[in-house]
Design a protein around this ligand. Structure first.
Ligand code: FEO
Length: 399
């Protein structure tokens, strides 16, 4: 879908809205679609295109540039090599043969590898380098791991706009150019953080530190709407990347013949009675993105699984693999579930979460259908979680 809009005089949004996309990287659910934002900045002497769009929507970018009657592009700023932003580069370079791709040295190598762009098309920028366009100046900030190692941010000095590419983005197809519906954008941005940025939380702290002294009037990411109130998203990120956790237990589970489900039902009530917020996810039904969002803040994860061929249920394996890869700031973990004749589920699951810096609380894995002593064991686990949360000063009211 083609929508050409102006952020400020001589600064246009020329990207595309992808209302219908429902999966990214053949992995990440996109319940609300997404957008591939590209921006055109016209200086007195030079014109720069900041990022391009997904190759499936190159025609929309070209249509927008034609609508603006852009005859010459001097620079295409490639903040990030991933194809949803760089995929249209070859075609743009064909149409505008004098354009040079401006990026970090690492991004240059990646674009040569991924898109076979010839070396003579590039100008590389070191951290802090600037590029004058005539009455508009671009300043480049190296910001690795938002979301790949080559990423950079582009700051337009005179207009105080930070073009942040994936950083601060949201997978959200929405007709608003600027953030208007804050709760909707917050949810989408948190989902985006959880799925894309959370594994790099430590590096993101450094990147946040790096931009804190810039005067920022607007943040224009490459997915989702533009922030006219930068503090809205800067404050949200500050909270998400902080070491603070909430008095919450995330409970992803599967049950085949109701033994695990009976335990989950009992355990959830036991936690709620003890004042803990529970986020329960039936893995045969849930959108895995919802689970990722819940992992951003929670103090504890308790995984529920039956035993299948000695180990955990494969859907549980998938969820635990993702949780480990996303590296949330969890502090405690445990396992509950059942088996018929034997199980190595606990050993296998504990072996899968080596990225998580968690203390393992005594699992409750039982034989067959739960009995009185099994419910007592679940009460003991719930008491233990309350105690641990209190020891860490994670109590209700501080959420
Ligand atoms: Fe939106 Fe990492 O690409």
């Amino acid at each position: 879908m083609s929508v050409l809009r102006q952020l400020k005089p001589k600064i246009y949004s020329v990207g595309a809205i992808d209302w219908d996309r429902r999966l990214f990287d053949e992995l990440i659910p996109l319940p609300d679609g997404t957008s591939y934002n590209a921006y055109l900045v016209q200086g007195r002497e030079k014109t720069a295109l900041i990022d391009t769009v997904d190759p499936t929507m190159t025609n929309i970018l070209i249509k927008n540039l034609n609508q603006l009657d852009i005859k010459e592009i001097d620079y295409v700023i490639a903040n990030h090599a991933e194809q949803d932003h760089s995929g249209s580069l070859p075609e743009i370079l064909d149409i505008y043969p004098n354009a040079r791709v401006v990026c970090t040295p690492k991004c240059k190598g990646m674009l040569m590898d991924l898109l076979l762009i010839p070396e003579d098309k590039f100008i590389t920028m070191d951290d802090g380098d600037t590029l004058p366009l005539g009455e508009k100046t671009l300043e480049f900030i190296h910001a690795p791991w938002v979301h790949w190692p080559e990423t950079m941010l582009t700051y337009l000095r005179e207009d105080r706009i930070l073009f942040s590419c994936d950083f601060f983005g949201s997978h959200l197809a929405i007709s608003d150019l600027f953030v208007n519906d804050e709760p909707t954008v917050y949810e989408a941005a948190k989902r985006y953080y959880a799925e894309i940025m959370m594994p790099f939380r430590t590096v993101i702290k450094k990147n946040m530190e790096k931009i804190k002294d810039f005067e920022i009037e607007m943040i224009a990411p490459s997915h989702g709407p533009v922030y006219k109130k930068p503090d809205f998203i800067l404050n949200a990120y500050s909270e998400w990347i902080s070491d603070n956790v909430k008095n919450e237990v995330v409970l992803p589970y599967i049950s085949m013949h109701d033994s695990t489900k009976k335990m989950i039902d009992y355990f959830v009530c036991a936690l709620i009675e003890r004042g803990i917020t529970v986020k329960q996810f039936n893995l045969s039904k849930t959108d895995i993105g919802k689970l990722a969002i819940a992992l951003v803040d929670a103090a504890t994860i308790v995984v529920g699984s039956p035993t299948v061929l000695v180990g955990p249920h494969p859907n549980v394996v998938y969820a635990v693999y993702l949780a480990n890869a996303l590296r949330p700031k969890l502090k405690f973990a445990s396992i509950i579930g059942s088996y018929g004749w034997g199980s190595k589920m606990v050993e296998q699951l504990v072996g899968m979460i080596s990225n998580l810096k968690v203390e393992i609380l005594e699992p409750v894995v039982i034989k067959g259908f739960p009995k009185e002593e099994d419910f007592q064991a679940l009460d003991i686990l719930a008491d233990k979680i309350v105690k641990k949360h209190k020891e860490c000063n994670i109590v209700k009211g501080e959420e």
